[in-house]
Design a protein around this ligand. Structure first.
Ligand SMILES: Cc1cc2nc3c(=O)[nH]c(=O)nc-3n(C[C@H](O)[C@H](O)[C@H](O)COP(=O)(O)OP(=O)(O)OC[C@H]3O[C@@H](n4cnc5c(N)ncnc54)[C@H](O)[C@@H]3O)c2cc1C
Length: 395
């Protein structure tokens, strides 16, 4: 067996969060390896949009700007969100947010998954990424002073001062570090696709709360909208089985024609929804970022934004410790990251969970009360603009 390849930081998982961490930490001067069990992303443009798109906040935009990557991402069909309309029973009685009223250039951007991953991977230093290899059962040495040895599925190994788990919800690094995670399934599934609409979107994101879950239509640069329809597992299966024209009719009815006539949906994908929160984000020689640490309902479009905020914070804390010539991989440094990010992430987890639950209750009077609440907030300009400004910069 060959000797392990030494590095300072090994990041396991090369999704958006892991590859952003690899870019940010490499730029801060750390010797990083990124291990991704899948293939490297395709570097060429695809004709149609990726079915997975994300609403990216100003916080995520700032990180990507700092990495010098935003211009490339923006040129890859990113669409600014100029306004949002949220309602439950009647679109005429919506809560409306406008970027201009909040004094922000936009409330966020809609960006394709593929464009984000490809841009981040293209910016990795040569020799940083190992693709098509997974981890053999990872094990942390009981002596925290020793580097962590990671055996890879191709028979090679790495020896790292710090391991970052960025493998998504089912993180083997989280498990190997002995970090418990709490959570539950929402017994709900998100159906996603893109769809043509007769009404021009003018940069508006629409979201209707139904008792079965929220339905959101997000603006795309080519004039279509991207759908995230969260509903019961049975309803999701039924929606996936419909022919295109009937599916478009169902969606139009669910959105009360707020986007006009709908047609030509693209292939539908589905994602089971869950909530998960790691009880700790760090352990000796280990830190978790992104969905490895927290998985959130997509109704506020914040999961990835929280993950990128983890990356920005962890990179800042490690960089500060390294510049001060402290042991940057010491548990004390990692715990600083944990304190900052856990508080913010928990707040967003709790808020989205409570919102989802509030709108799923369907007893007499309650939904009318919610509608009145939305209408009342819509009339309170300072509160509403404060919420819009918070949404624009969140995470
Ligand atoms: C329907 C839906 C809509 C959403 N919309 C938004 C939105 O608008 N805005 C937003 O901010 N968030 C949104 N999210 C949340 C967002 O998708 C996630 O938070 C984000 O993708 C998590 O990224 P990640 O890199 O942490 O994890 P993942 O995307 O799960 O990436 C993990 C990576 O690790 C790799 N991997 C796994 N195990 C191993 C291993 N053992 N060894 C090596 N590699 C491994 C995987 O192949 C993968 O590449 C949405 C989620 C859903 C379901």
């Amino acid at each position: 067996m060959s000797a392990p390849e030494p590095c300072e930081i090994a990041i396991i998982g090369g999704g958006i969060v892991g590859s952003a961490a690899a870019c940010a930490l490499s730029r801060a001067g750390f010797d990083v390896r990124l291990v991704e069990r899948g293939a490297a992303p395709a570097m060429t443009d695809a004709v149609d949009y990726d079915p997975r798109v994300y609403a990216i906040s100003a916080g995520s935009n700032a990180l990507l700007e700092d990495l010098g990557l935003w211009d490339t991402i923006a040129a890859g069909r990113a669409e600014p969100i100029q306004r949002m309309q949220v309602w439950d029973r009647d679109p005429a009685r919506s809560l409306r947010f406008d970027a201009a009223d909040a004094g922000a250039p936009s409330l966020g951007w809609i960006v394709e998954h593929r464009v984000l991953v490809r841009t981040l991977w293209a910016a990795l230093p040569a020799g940083c990424a190992r693709t098509g290899v997974g981890l053999q059962t990872p094990r942390f040495d009981p002596d925290p002073a020793l580097p962590v040895r990671l055996e890879l599925s191709d028979g090679s190994s790495l020896s790292a001062q710090l391991v970052i788990g960025a493998e998504g919800a089912d993180s083997s690094i989280r498990e190997a570090a002995g970090i418990d995670a709490a959570g539950w399934s929402y017994a709900s599934t998100a159906v996603v696709c893109h769809i043509a609409c007769s009404e021009p979107h003018r940069g508006a994101a629409l979201q209707r709360f139904l008792p079965s879950g929220p339905v959101a239509l997000l603006p795309l640069a080519d004039g279509r909208r991207s759908l995230v329809w969260s509903t019961t597992e049975a309803d999701a299966q039924a929606l996936l089985a419909l022919d295109d024209a009937t599916f478009a009719e169902h969606l139009q009815e669910a959105m009360q024609s707020a986007a006009g006539d709908l047609s030509a949906p693209t292939r539908r994908l589905s994602f089971p929804l869950r909530l998960l929160h790691a009880q700790r984000y760090v352990a000796p020689r280990c830190a978790l970022v992104g969905d490895s640490a927290h998985v959130i309902h997509p109704l506020a479009g914040q999961g990835l934004n929280l993950g990128l905020a983890d990356v920005a914070q962890l990179c800042a804390d490690l960089d500060t410790a390294k510049r001060a010539k402290r042991d940057w991989s010491a548990l004390r440094t990692l715990q600083r990251y944990e304190r900052t990010r856990q508080a913010e992430n928990l707040e967003m987890l709790a808020l989205t969970d409570a919102l989802g639950r509030a709108f799923s209750l369907d007893f007499p009077g309650w939904r009318r009360l919610l509608s009145l609440g939305l209408r009342a907030v819509d009339r309170m300009a300072p509160l509403k603009n404060g919420l819009a400004a918070r949404a624009a910069r969140s995470a």
